[in-house]
Design a protein around this ligand. Sequence first.
Ligand SMILES: Cc1cc2nc3c(=O)[nH]c(=O)nc-3n(C[C@H](O)[C@H](O)[C@H](O)COP(=O)(O)O)c2cc1C
Length: 148
Amino acid sequence: MSLHAIVYVSDARDLLRPADLDRLLADATAFNRVAGVTGVLMFDGRRFLQFLEGPDDGIASVYPRIANARSHSGLHLLCEGTIARRAFPRWTMGTRQIDAEVLSQIIDSPWSGFAGPPAPASDGFMRLLQAWTGADGELEPPAVALGS
Ligand SMILES: Cc1cc2nc3c(=O)[nH]c(=O)nc-3n(C[C@H](O)[C@H](O)[C@H](O)COP(=O)(O)O)c2cc1C
């Protein structure tokens, strides 16, 4: 079965409390584990940027949950398509708080696709990976809780 990936940006609901985020993430992680979905969720205090990857049916079961969540609105799909292999195989949903400026750069970058082969990784995807790994290039840093 082929692997599918999606990346989108959305606006967090006003007055989203740390406890709400904790609950959301616990729920998302539990569901993703069963669906075989991995990825990362970045948050700048106002906007979410989420990258999801997994089997077609896993993504198909998770995405409507995200689209229907009241904790955010204005979902805007940046890119979707098939991927050759997972970029975040160990993260049922890694989370990280990032700078608004960095998040804007990721959004504004060209999103022509994900890493090949044969296609090279798009600028947007490269920036997303960079924002996650940090300057030291560590591939999978410890998760930083978005909530409490
Ligand atoms: C930014 C965001 C990311 C989410 N990511 C996932 C996810 O990766 N997997 C999943 O099953 N649900 C995900 N969800 C859905 C939540 O787990 C939860 O079902 C949803 O937020 C329901 O609560 P709400 O309507 O009060 O937001 C996400 C929701 C939001 C807002």
